[in-house]
Design a protein around this ligand. Structure first.
Ligand code: HEM
Length: 534
């Protein structure tokens, strides 16, 4: 159709609508100019050179050339969905977080599941940690619980994050392997990092190859704080429990599925939600005070440790339902920016050194990835409550302060003001000490919980762990690394170490690794703080 064939109609506001012959909207440039021919570049004669004057061609190719943005430096491959969080009971006794004050209240949510190590185009069923990042659009700003499906982490201090990620990602000279931990660099780093042993047991377990996102747990990992209206703080650990229970595949199945359908997890979530089969998780908490925390053998600030559920049962406080797929994958799932530092009043941080480092990293990385300080202007990232800042300008500013005032205090009676009453107050914990780079003694036991995890597994699950370790370490070409790993396993479980050593054909058993802190006394159950006593 040429421009002359179009029918022009005026809308209610007098605006001009153009329809092509067949009733479709007319294709336009991004500047709104109607396009007459989208099949041929403008040229001198049918067989002549192309003309730079062809602004439609140049704009189209220019925009296409810039379609890619950097993939996430970790968790590059992910899949998201919208839904809601529904509060079960008021939690005012522990937290002033507004969205936890009224039973039955629904808060809009966006969730992104991911693998950690693989690139954006990698396979879904890699043996890997899964990200479980939740954004709740509360009436007091966004709360991002940026968690994983494993309750502990590889490292105790954020300063080691680039090292562990470099080690797991493709080796710099050869550029592979893409998405799996089975290589020398990864196992070299791990075997030199005893604090990672607990996490490694989880990663070698069935939980690292979930059947689908719908059958996995999520964990906030760190100890957080709830803070109530009286400024009293309670430590809290967050858990997402899937209503469908836990299911995994075994390695042989994963390999076949990856070959036949690398999008297996994406397809599963898409199909479930599109067919009205909405996946659901309960948000559960473990609540404890300073005294209870001090009674543990481990440090609640150490992200390589769990608070065992047998000692402190989890209590459900609400449910998350995913009931709507994004309309556009890039606009929503790719551009969503999760940040641990996004917390509403009533939720705060502990001194976990991993969490403290994350609180810097996520803001920094969003600028790199999304390219502008104004990434909060994107609809997926913008709060859904009223918000007013004096921030202005920058690339792609969609919102600037209205009127004359872009600062405060001011004499014009305009603009937002801070509020000591309703504003976010950081919990005034007592802090003192020397300025040092020092790992606390309380972070020193790297084996007890690894052992407890292994023992808690059923015999088939234990077999799978032994098989996974054997498979992974059999891909390691450097004998010293294999031996070093077995020397750690000796501190976790001797039978496991024996099995792996003989399957690998180790000539002789190495000595147990140093740094072993002897078996700790059994942890004793203690009364949980009940959310029912509200
Ligand atoms: C991304 C979880 C530790 C830096 C993510 C994502 C999750 C996650 C789920 C993906 C978010 C999404 O779906 O968009 C965790 C957990 C950790 C942890 C549970 C430990 C308990 C760290 C540390 C750092 C870090 C220690 C840095 C110091 C990043 C960065 C991204 C990321 C830079 C990419 C963010 C983006 O581009 O959107 N993390 N992470 N993470 N994480 Fe972590």
């Amino acid at each position: 159709a040429t421009i002359h064939d179009q029918k022009l109609h005026r809308g209610k506001g007098g605006e001009l609508h153009q329809f092509a012959e067949d009733g479709h909207d007319v294709l336009t440039t991004a500047q709104g100019a109607p396009v007459d021919d989208d099949q041929n570049t403008l040229r001198v004669g049918a067989r002549g050179p192309a003309l730079i004057e062809d602004f439609h061609f140049r704009e189209k190719i220019f925009h296409f050339d810039h379609e890619r943005i950097p993939e996430r430096v970790v968790h590059a491959r992910g899949y998201g969905a919208h839904g809601f969080f529904e509060t079960y009971e008021p939690l005012a006794r522990y937290t002033k977080a507004d969205f936890l004050q009224r039973a039955g209240e629904k808060t809009p949510a966006f969730v992104r599941f991911s693998t950690v190590a693989g690139s954006k185009g990698s396979v879904d069923l890699a043996r890997d940690v899964r990200g479980f990042a939740v954004k709740l659009y509360t009436r007091e700003g966004n709360w991002d619980l940026v968690g994983n499906n494993i309750p502990v982490f590889f490292i105790q201090d954020a300063i080691k994050f680039p090292d562990v990620i470099h080690a797991v990602k493709p080796e710099p000279d050869r550029g592979f392997p893409q998405a799996q931990s089975a290589h020398d660099n990864f196992w070299d780093f791990i075997s030199l990092t005893p604090e990672s042993m607990h996490m490694v047991m989880w990663v070698m377990s069935d939980g690292a190859i979930p059947r689908s996102f719908r059958f996995m747990e999520g964990f906030g990992v760190h100890t957080f704080r709830f803070v109530n209206a009286k400024d009293e703080s309670t430590f809290v650990k967050f858990h997402w429990k899937p209503k469908l229970g836990l299911q995994s595949v075994v390695w042989n199945e994963a390999v076949k599925i990856n070959g036949a359908d690398p999008d297996f997890h994406r397809r599963d979530l898409w199909q479930a939600i599109q067919s009205g089969n909405f996946p659901e998780w309960e948000l559960c908490v473990q609540l404890f005070d300073e005294d209870f925390a001090d009674s543990f053998d481990f440090d609640v600030l150490d992200p390589t440790k769990i608070v065992p559920e047998e000692i402190l049962p989890v209590q459900p406080i609400g449910r998350l339902v995913l009931d709507r797929m994004p309309e556009n994958f890039f606009a929503e799932t790719e551009q969503v920016a999760f940040m641990t530092q996004n917390v509403p009043p009533g939720i705060g941080f502990s001194n976990d050194p991993l969490l403290q480092g994350r609180n810097f990293s996520y803001l920094d990385t969003q600028l790199k990835r999304l390219g502008s300080t104004n990434f909060t202007h994107l609809p997926i990232n913008a709060p859904k409550c009223p918000f007013h800042t004096f921030q202005q300008d920058g690339h792609m500013a969609m919102r600037n302060p209205a009127g004359r005032v872009n600062y405060q205090p001011n004499s014009w009676g305009e603009g937002p003001r801070e509020s000591p009453v309703s504003g976010y107050r950081h919990f005034p914990s007592d802090e003192a000490g020397q300025k040092v780079r020092l790992r606390p003694e309380s972070f020193a036991d790297h084996y007890s919980q690894a052992r407890q995890f292994f023992i808690s597994q059923t015999p088939p699950e234990q077999r799978h762990i032994a098989m996974a370790l054997t498979f992974e370490l059999s891909k390691v070409e450097t004998p010293a690394i294999r031996e070093r790993m077995v020397s750690h396993l000796l501190n976790i479980d001797e039978t496991l170490a024996d099995k792996v050593a003989s399957a690998l054909g180790l000539a002789k058993m190495p000595k147990p690794a140093d740094a072993a802190v002897g078996p700790r006394q059994d942890l004793k159950p203690s009364p949980a703080l009940s959310i029912m006593e509200n």
